[in-house]
Design a protein. Structure first.
Length: 317
């Protein structure tokens, strides 16, 4: 049987597949074009793809032998899951394993933008440091502030757990109320509008769906305090990015920290690079060696299970 892998993943996952199947791995250190993916899935039994790969009807139709599409990510908005289901193709993802790692990254960039760590690093490297000054790189406290968590799934809860260590008041908005979360973290469930108004830090942890696309639109962003920060490690399209840029440029809010963007990876808005009140990360929420390796094992195991006639653990359709 044949497996097509659209980008090299940690060796442990690849080895699991190579011990059993004929594996074709993208030899280029870049995202494949759609035409290259179409060529790759021909006469292939399984596809292991990334969030950056658009797996639409055309790609699916190009692989008449496909039995499984294993997505090396938690999100799977890059795949036409409905059409895959109609074609009898199983779709899987890699949930759970990256919860704590992504929460760590959300917290890291929150701290970085609040305390101007990236600005300070650049300031030092440019040789501008002349000694301690009362107003040099003055940032904002995190301890004791209010954090608003948009989406109280596993990652949102992991962020809330960390917030307790900083003595923060935790507000949250979710599709449904989570009494168990309120009890564990002392969190307060509020409407999204109220969360936007009251929070000093807003951290986004929702999947990209038709309902969440542009959830934080112009009207919602306008509700933020002038000294608040927006943290996004979910999906770029959840936020009205052009208006967020405008607010940052006008200092309408104090700052933002983004790990995800509209049009990534090839069409990230260059205006973001001109702002000094933002921290930018290259979609690295799950980027620890331990987590990326576990993701590779999980994605590979899903393929093995399906090709050997077993039900995969993380089926999404």
């Amino acid at each position: 049987m044949k497996v097509f892998v659209t980008r090299r993943i940690p060796e442990k996952g690849l080895k699991m597949l190579e011990e059993r199947y004929d594996v074709d791995v993208n030899p280029h250190d870049r995202v494949l074009t759609k035409d290259e993916i179409i060529e790759g899935v021909k006469d292939t039994d399984a596809l292991l793809c990334l969030l950056t790969d658009p797996i639409d009807k055309e790609v699916i139709d190009a692989g008449p032998k496909l039995k499984i599409i294993s997505n090396y990510a938690v999100g799977y908005n890059n795949i036409d899951v409905e059409y895959a289901s109609k074609k009898g193709i199983i779709v899987t993802n890699t949930p759970g394993v990256l919860t704590e790692t992504t929460a760590d990254l959300a917290w890291a960039i929150l701290m970085a933008v609040a305390r101007r760590v990236v600005e300070g690093d650049r300031f030092m490297r440019e040789g501008r440091f002349r000694g301690w000054e009362p107003m040099l790189m003055v940032g904002t406290d995190v301890y004791g502030k209010t954090i608003g968590i948009v989406g109280m799934g596993k990652i949102g809860q992991a962020v809330a757990r960390r917030a307790r260590g900083f003595g923060m008041k935790v507000l949250y908005y979710n599709r449904r109320r989570r009494p168990e979360v309120e009890e564990e973290f002392g969190a307060e469930y509020v409407p999204l509008e109220e969360l936007m108004k009251r929070s000093d830090y807003i951290s986004i942890h929702v999947p990209l769906t038709p309902e969440t696309r542009n959830m934080l639109n112009r009207e919602m962003l306008e509700l933020m305090k002038p000294y608040a920060y927006l943290i996004n490690t979910a999906r770029g399209e959840v936020v009205d990015e052009p208006y967020l840029i405008e607010m940052l440029r006008k200092k309408r809010i104090r700052g933002a920290a983004l790990d995800v963007f509209w049009g990534e990876p090839l069409n990230v808005n260059p205006e973001l690079y001109e702002l000094d009140n933002i921290v930018l990360a290259p979609h690295m929420g799950s980027a620890s060696l331990e987590t990326r390796t576990k993701m590779a094992e999980m994605a590979a195991q899903a393929i093995i299970d399906v090709l050997e006639g077993r039900e995969p653990v993380n089926r999404v359709n």
